[in-house]
Write a protein that binds this ligand. Structure first.
Ligand code: PLP
Length: 400
């Protein structure tokens, strides 16, 4: 007897979670490991947000809510899209789920027919292909090399579209590369999409506020208003408000799609926790000054890592334009021998070596669909990052 349904056969557990578990296991043996596997802000949730949650719970806001989210939160999200992105959505065009991840899951569950294709520019967020496979779709991976800034180009997009294409996923700034598309680049992709009416776009904008060097964010919806009826704009409070554990993500899109996603939501989890929704409402409507502070800290850490890794022979790092990761090229290490005689055959071997020799946990590029790279998160303290870069440099120096 098999306990597991066949649709799970091809689905892998989260690689970043696995990296963190491996780091924890080594730690349990007394090894001083720096865990740069999982990506979440190391700042506490701003106090006024947590206070709003307490206040809501005390005031009796502890009941089920509408599947789509409370009317107050959805109105605040519509207002956020207007204020920050110049997008005109009503509260009915908005849905709230347990993180951007569940938003994406709901969208795919609501729309994918078996064999439908989902175009994933690589490197991609690890969950995109796994959710696609789990829900009967076929991931179509388009490698977007570092040499061209890890970006999907109109030619690459045109070459990937087929009559079975249901979705194109975009993620900007991107996890793991940090690549951020300009308005002109998005418009050029939009011109290709205009010729293929069967393709919908899921734009994952969760790192919107973590953009460096003075760049300003342009939503896909803003760049390509003509594609509004085929665009789902995904965002959430996890990264911008240091609220990963509260589990609140949201999206705006065409009414029939949002309605279908709400059916999935209502018949699965009912709604997001009422208390988390109260916290998200306070996040979106309260003071926003922490956002600049977070961004400045992430940029300082980005600079620190770019500078340190740039001095390590055999490693390359294109300065990330946003988000809080460094996607480090390790082609120069492949084929080299470790002190115990193992040859580093691929980036999985490099990440394993960095963990066991350097005591730094990272995630191999193979998890993101573009090798040979490994990803470290830069969402940790400056001293820890400085030490991690020094350990990586020492581990590389020890290779034959
Ligand atoms: C690109 C991307 N989308 C979505 C998520 C998940 O966000 P949430 O916490 O809102 O589910 C992450 C988290 O790492 C991410 O990197």
């Amino acid at each position: 007897m098999s306990y597991v349904a066949s649709r799970l056969a091809a689905v892998k557990p989260s690689a970043s979670m696995a990296a963190s578990l491996a780091a924890r296991a080594l730690r349990a043996q007394g090894v001083d490991v720096i865990d740069l596997g999982l990506g979440e802000p190391d700042f506490p949730t701003p106090a006024h947000i947590t206070e709003a949650a307490f206040a809501a719970a005390r005031a009796g806001g502890t009941l089920y809510t509408a599947a789509a989210g409370t009317p107050e939160l959805r109105a605040a999200i519509a207002e956020k899209f207007r204020r920050e992105n110049g997008l005109d959505y009503s509260a009915d065009d908005v849905t709230v789920a347990n993180g951007a991840k569940q938003i994406i899951f709901n969208a795919l569950l609501a729309t994918l027919e078996p064999g439908d294709e989902v175009i994933l520019p690589a490197p991609y967020f690890v969950s995109y292909p796994e959710m696609t496979k789990l829900l009967g779709g076929v991931p179509v991976v388009v490698e977007c090399p570092g040499e061209t800034g890890f970006r999907l180009t109109p030619d690459l997009l045109e070459g990937a579209i087929t009559p079975r294409t249901k979705w194109l996923f975009l993620n900007m700034p991107g996890n793991p590369s940090g690549a951020a598309y300009s308005e002109a680049e998005l418009k050029a992709l939009g011109e290709v999409l205009a010729r293929h009416p069967q393709v919908q776009v899921l734009s994952d904008e969760i790192y919107e506020h973590i953009l460096f060097d003075g760049r300003s964010f342009v939503s896909f919806g803003q760049a390509c208003p003509d594609l509004r009826e085929r665009s789902l704009i995904v965002n959430g409070v996890s990264k911008s408000y240091a609220m990963t554990g509260w589990r609140v993500g949201y999206a705006a899109g065409p009414a029939p799609l949002i309605k279908a996603m709400n059916v999935v939501q209502g018949q699965s989890v009912t709604s997001v926790s009422s208390i988390s929704q109260a916290a998200a409402l306070a996040a979106l409507t309260g003071p926003q000054d922490h956002i600049g502070r977070f961004r400045d800290a992430f940029q300082r850490r980005r600079d620190l890592v770019v500078d340190g890794i740039g001095k390590v022979e055999g490693l390359t790092l294109l300065p990330p334009e946003g988000a809080f990761y460094a996607y480090i090229g390790c082609a120069g290490l492949i084929g080299r021998r470790t002190p115990d005689g193992t040859v580093l055959a691929d980036d999985t071997a490099v990440a394993t070596y960095m963990l066991h020799r350097g005591h730094v946990s990272s995630v191999a590029g193979s998890a993101y669909g573009l090798s040979p790279y490994f990803r470290i998160t830069t969402a940790t303290g400056d001293e820890i990052l400085t030490e991690a870069v020094a350990r990586i440099a020492r581990a590389v120096a020890e290779l034959e």
